[in-house]
Design a protein around this ligand. Structure first.
Ligand code: IMP
Ligand code: MG
Length: 351
């Protein structure tokens, strides 16, 4: 068994004296990399006082297996599965109706949510108008959940904040007080749960085929969690690439991608749409590791390529094919500059 929290002794010392420490989980590709699984496992093994969702809204679909049961979360951070305070941060947008449906679904499945779920007063609201507008989208291939229009209105200074919604009142917290001045905690340790991924980021993704929020580590800081508190950044990728939206992957008519889609159940957790499949781009992985400052890397779904029996990676325009999974993994290890931790995961339930 690995210890995901293993650190250099000097880092351990300096972090252990801090009153606020944060680890981050970010997507290195186009979302659906398995961030939910990684977050869930870190919460289980860790010592967190809080889990904070820092971007996005109910466009996200995080698939989580808890006690053998499958759950899909949209707004709710994964801390609730282990009774940890879970905050929907100021960088997020919320559809209250959908949130209450999600809470009910989780509670019907035996997960206590209301006791632990908090909402930052300055998170923004997705209104029925936003959903109606987004449902007419044909250009971007959005999840049609009203995400983009809600962020647009936030930045146009015409948005509605969570604190204005009476139904949310009992869950509302002030983010500053919650993490910097909270008398309940002598030390605050946060796991920051990202949504979507680098290729969908508003600044770094393939604009305009992007989402409307900051999916990278930069988004964490905007939630009031200072850079100096960040300890580990967990970059999560799949050993192949998927994307769902209006842009076409160049080579997605190849039959092997169809096999991967079936073997990997690559259908949207929020929309059910089939995801386009391609080989992993090592250039994108390297770039997103650097821009996110990721020091711990998880490659998910290595078992799917094992099942299909083809191992391939794009290096620029060249497709490198490998004889075995091990050959591919060695090659990746060589390409990525010495992360503190790296794993190829073959289980949907744990790293
Ligand atoms: P929006 O976030 O609904 O505006 O959609 C913009 C783009 O991001 C579309 O290509 C969506 O399919 C994609 N997208 C949004 N959220 C997710 C997600 O959680 N996983 C994967 N793709 C997503
Ligand atoms: Mg998803």
């Amino acid at each position: 068994m690995f210890d995901p929290f293993e650190m250099h002794p000097e880092d351990k010392e300096s972090m252990s004296s801090k009153k606020l420490v944060a680890d981050v989980v970010v997507g290195l590709q186009f979302g659906d990399e398995g961030k939910g699984k990684v977050t869930h496992q870190l919460v289980k093994n860790g010592n967190y006082t809080h889990v904070v969702r820092y971007n996005g809204g109910c466009n996200a679909g995080h698939t989580i297996y808890h006690n053998g049961k499958k759950f899909v979360t949209h707004h709710v951070p994964a801390g609730v599965f282990y009774g940890i305070r879970s905050v929907i941060g100021p960088g997020c947008v919320i559809n209250p109706k959908k949130l209450f449906e999600e809470i009910k679904e989780l509670e019907d499945g035996g997960v206590e949510v209301r006791k632990y779920l908090k909402i930052a007063a300055n998170a923004h609201i997705i209104t029925d108008f936003h959903v109606a507008e987004d449902s007419r989208d044909t250009d971007i291939g959005t999840t049609r959940t009203g995400n983009g229009p809600a962020y647009r209105d936030k930045y146009a200074r015409k948005g509605v904040m969570a604190i204005e919604i009476p139904e949310l009142e009992e869950m509302i917290v002030d983010m500053y007080t919650e993490i910097h001045e909270n008398p309940e905690f002598s030390r605050v340790e946060i796991l920051c749960e990202g949504a979507q991924g680098f290729g969908l980021d508003i600044d770094w993704g393939e604009y305009p085929f992007v989402t409307s929020s900051h999916c990278t580590t930069s988004g964490v800081i905007a939630n009031g969690i200072p850079h100096s508190s960040i300890r580990d950044v967990w970059g999560v990728a799949k050993v192949y690439e998927t994307y769902v939206g209006a842009k076409d992957f160049e080579d997605n008519d190849d039959e092997v991608f169809e096999q991967i889609r079936e073997a990997g159940s690559e259908f949207g957790a929020t929309t059910g749409r089939p995801r386009q499949v391609s080989w992993m781009s090592i250039d994108m992985i390297k770039k997103s590791i650097k821009i996110n400052g990721a020091n711990k890397i998880v490659f998910n779904k290595a078992d799917i390529l094992d099942e299909v029996g083809v191992w391939c990676i794009y290096d620029g325009m060249d497709a490198h094919e490998f004889e075995t999974a091990e050959d591919m993994e060695q090659w990746i290890l060589h390409e990525i500059e010495e992360p503190d931790f790296l794993v190829f995961s073959r289980s949907p339930e744990e790293i």
